[in-house]
Write a protein that binds this ligand. Sequence first.
Ligand code: FAD
Length: 1049
Amino acid sequence: MGFTRLFRCSPVPWAWRSAHMKPAQIWAQPPPRWKHSYKAVIFDMGGVLIPSPSSVAAAWEVQNRIPSGMIIKALVTGGEKGPWKRFMRGEMAVQEFLQEFGTQCSEMIKSPVPVDSFFSLLTSGQVAKQFSVMTEAINRIRAEGLKTAVLSNNFYLPNGESFLPLDRKQFDVVVESCLEGICKPDPRIYKMCLQRLQVEPSESIFLDDLGHNLKAAAQLGIHTIKVNDAENALKELETFLGFPLRNIIPNTCPVRKTMEIPRDSLQKYLKNLLGSQAAGPLEVLQFSHGQSNPTYSIRLANHHLVLRKKPPGKLLPSAHAIEREFRIIKALSDAGVPVPKVLDLCEDSSIIGTPFYLMEYCPGQIYKDVSLPGMEPSQRKAIYSAMNQVLCQLHSVDIKAAGLEDYGKHGDYIQRQVQTWTKQYRATETGTIRAMERLIEWLPQHLPEAQKTTVVHGDFRLDNLIFDPEKAEVLAILDWELSTLGDPLSDVAYSCLAHYLPSDFPIIKGLSDLDVTQLGIPTAEEYFKTYCCQMEIPAAENWNFYMAFSFFRVAAILQGVYKRSLKGQSSSAMAEQSGKLVEFTSNLAWDFAIKEGFRIFKGMPNTRQSTRSYSQWAHRRPLLVPSGTRAQATFSKAASKGVLIISPEALSEPVRDLHHRLERFIEAHVYPIEQELRNHQMSEAKWTPPPQMEELKEKAKSEGLWNLFLPAETDPERKYGAGLTNLEYAHLCELMGRSIYAPEIFNCSAPDTGNMELLVRYGTEGQKSRWLLPLLEGRIRSCFAMTEPQVASSDATNIESSIEEKNGVYIINGHKWWISGILDPRCQLCVFMGKTDPNAPRHQQQSILLVPMDTPGIRVLRPLSVYGLEDPPGGHGEVLFENVQVPKDHMVLGPGRGFEIAQGRLGPGRIHHCMRLIGYTERTLALMKERVKSRVAFGKPLVEQGTILADIAKSRADIDQARLLVLKAAHLMDVAGNKAAALDIAMIKMVAPSMALRVIDRAIQAFGAAGLNNDSPLAQFFSWARALRLADGPDEVHRTMVAKMELKR
Ligand SMILES: Cc1cc2nc3c(=O)[nH]c(=O)nc-3n(C[C@H](O)[C@H](O)[C@H](O)COP(=O)(O)OP(=O)(O)OC[C@H]3O[C@@H](n4cnc5c(N)ncnc54)[C@H](O)[C@@H]3O)c2cc1C
């Protein structure tokens, strides 16, 4: 987003400042000081930044007894074709020029002229030096955010370098005539300069000492200033720009009319305070910042002070507490923290109308631009390091020793802040902002466990620090208005806000579109790390939480600004602009909440198996030792590795906690929207993803309930997943199975899970970054295309689609069907199985290609339905692939390895459906029990009918048997490997769908006709369980496998 354009002339930056104060402090502010619309100042060099050739010549002529004005006369003689112009266009070397020029001069005065000595003087170090007033002015111009350029008619020196005795870093653009081959006043060179500055002529001001150069600039529409002497030129420039450029007390302006203070009584007071030498004129200027508590620069005799006062008018008692500011600055100064030296607090309102305090003016450098333009990376690094250091110094102050124990409440700072800002946000809310709603729920649930209490600044950022101009050292920390006692990490996060804002953000100039590392600026993470290291505290792993909180606070503040702008005088466009800022910052906050969710998720336990040998292990321990409790495991709870855990209570503590959170999430958020989701699937909008699901996905991510499926064996370094064992995941997956919609909400749904696993196992780094990462983040979806209508696809070797290599690409032709997920608008990847070599051995004919869904030639013919249900928005599509061209690097593993991959793809994922089927049936039985307890037929509740009781009993036994088999298969996959678990995998695939059908059928019967309708999940469960008797491979195939293995035993 181009914020500069969006917020040009906007009052938002100012409003931010006032809104950033404690809510009660907001009062009627004067309008912002609105300035000019210039964006750049362009300087000529000779005669503007350094002495002009004519002034150097005049002095040299006197010294060498040469007639006055001869040199300049000779220089201009000849016009465009003369030696001087040619020299400046880089067309002549020095020697050539001096020779021609020397002859010309000698002829003019009829005697030899030592032009070499003039040239040496002109280019000598002591003459060619930039005027210090100009250096000061340039710094000031840049500090105000304007660009600067030098546009010079110069020449080459004998060493081949161009003559430019200036620090190039002061300028955004340098245009030199000898390099460009064009001289002023040629309009092309001005245009070149403007273009490089990226400004319009009317947005720039040009300073030159020569009238014809200025005239050419003015003709292009550039504002011009003739420089006769630097001081006067700068005066004129000041009036153009509207800010001072000389003898500056930075950030000051004349006192605003409404902010005048009575000078006589102030002068009298100062005399009493400073002694009788404090005589003479009193100079009072106002600082442009300090809008809430007006702040003044006071000069009297040789004293330079800063006065800060309460604003006039009726104030709330706690507002504008300058007494607090005085107290904290004094206490911190005594504790050795660099702050301005405070002199006196005057609570007598009769002196200047309100209480005020005085401090010494601290000269130094304030860096307004966080990117620190014009500095070397090492200098920037040093500045940020000094900033970090001084923050540590502040946070290390002993509150008790400094007498600040009662300066704020102790503990729960973040909690209180979240409450306060939530309240503020609610009070000014104008509409629903999804990210704010999520944050309001998420933040209180993720508060940091341990919060230290120190002095916190509350507005700690680079432009609130005064630096030593010579070295990277903080001389004073300013603006203590928001200081209190609180969690120090909030200050650290606050000082990193700019890292995530774009450079044209209207409130704080940001760094997000710059390469901070290249600039030498630490990343936010590095900044936190350095801080923690210096404070000798453990690394703040939850720093993303603090960033989320800081941006939430910013968004809440901006909402207040927006609300006021709607009520006030702002145009509707401006109000709309500030409204956009709230959305922008709240989305940033939410991004951090998600990152924190991923961190929690990454922190899940890594349960690795000590052995993969089932037989070895089986000899050592019995397979199942009943514990006599309902929390069942073969061994103790403390060490769950390699243990067959048959109830979630026996899971290791972190996984149990995960189980608990997942269960709570499903109950609190998924069940309540199921009916809406079912209705959506029957509505006209069914082929678009339901927004409620997307909303819940965000929430799940932020709670770390995301991508739980990738097992430790596929992702041993836990790069992509939680690294749970198959057994641990079986318990979680069963929970997700309780709702048809839950698996997708946690990014654990087929066919994405299988495809992600495929990419983790077999994908190249390029394939992973293109497809795996967006899938893991839930940004895209995918499908798996194997089944074909014309062949019995339960036997994958039958697959006929062709993949031919031609002209360096693969060309696909084929007809597929039952491709789940292909109709989803988010589906961007099709994992395609086809034949590369029909003549190869049977199991080496197939290959797998990654086909982007937007490749020409893919045509979805129709959605297929299961019992009339189309399962939108993913659906199951019938698809034609006609001459679909795919680059060769889209092949997975290599030609002929498709069968091998398809087997691997169905590795651990092979029993996910079974795990979910157990979830379907648990939910089904629970619904059935509830229903039969509440309905009466033939004089007694249904539950008392014997057949119902029998059905309940059968269902319980069915479910428990199947669950044990699922868990056993998962356990064997963990401890003995997938190959050793093949029999158990086949058995559960054979058993689970039919078992589920029986249990669901009994429940439907008990529900009566209602069981068939979509008012409950039963109909969907039934149709899915039925489909799974085919979709996960036909029962018969699994039965054949079990029988064959049994016969071999
Ligand atoms: C809801 C749903 C979603 C699906 N999603 C996908 C998907 O995303 N991608 C994809 O590629 N495919 C998908 N499929 C297709 C599924 O994988 C196939 O339907 C399955 O592999 C069976 O293939 P087929 O339909 O060609 O049946 P066939 O191979 O024609 O088999 C028909 C019947 O023959 C009998 N039979 C087959 N083999 C044997 C045997 N060895 N012994 C005894 N009897 C046997 C069985 O009764 C079997 O049901 C999905 C199917 C459904 C229903």
